[in-house]
Design a binder for this molecule. Structure first.
Ligand code: GAR
Length: 195
């Protein structure tokens, strides 16, 4: 009898969790890839309900515990994930974690990095900045995470055009739709060795 080894994905999220929802749906009945755990820095985040609905275990921590203690690192070392996915996670991952999980952490960012990345560039702020700068194109970036915020190697980008009539809200909606379309497929590709 052939025995396929599962690949473990763990998610980090801070917010509403629409990407977490899509990822959990996509891998729910997957032969190889399983989403096993959610790491979250807010007990009020809507993403917790979403993970619970899929029966996924979660670990809550605060910013100080992430940065100044080994709580999250030790938990990750025990879990031994094949891939750590930041799906709407807004804190910086500390070096002690990025160096232990080199090329095993990916992030999704709602802009075409290296433009509109870095501190303060998250959520609606990004789409406001894109419109203020009169950009013609925006999109999503999926990239590896290293100790420099939003600067790890690019894995996948998808562009869309910015319309004259766009507001930060309409743009945010269209970009999020692209995130939902490509994030799970990209995770699958990475775990299948890029095939
Ligand atoms: C997503 O648009 C994601 O790209 C962004 O937060 C949103 C979370 O939405 N991430 C960042 O801005 C990271 N710097 P969700 O909670 O509905 O998935």
């Amino acid at each position: 009898m052939s025995h396929k080894k599962h690949k473990k994905v763990v998610l980090f999220a801070s917010g509403s969790g629409s990407n977490v929802q899509k990822i959990c749906e996509y891998f729910q009945n997957h032969q190889i890839i399983k989403v096993t755990h959610l790491y979250c820095n807010s007990s009020k985040a809507r993403v917790l309900e979403k993970a619970k609905a899929f029966g996924i275990d979660y670990t809550l921590f605060n910013k100080a515990e992430l940065l100044d203690s080994d709580k999250v690192l030790e938990n990750l070392l025990k879990t031994r994930p094949d891939l750590i996915v930041l799906a709407g996670f807004l804190l910086k991952i500390p070096k002690k974690i990025t160096e232990k999980f080199s090329n095993k952490i990916i992030n999704i960012h709602p802009a075409l990095l290296p433009k509109f990345g870095g501190r303060g560039m998250f959520g609606i702020n990004i789409h406001k900045a894109v419109i203020d700068k009169k950009e013609k194109r925006t999109g999503i970036s999926i990239h590896y995470v290293n100790e420099k915020y939003d600067q790890g190697a690019n894995i996948f980008q998808k562009e869309i055009s910015v319309k004259e009539s766009d507001t930060p809200q309409t743009l945010s909606k269209r970009v999020l739709k692209i995130e939902h379309e490509y994030f799970s497929k990209t995770i699958e590709k990475i775990l299948n060795g890029g095939k």
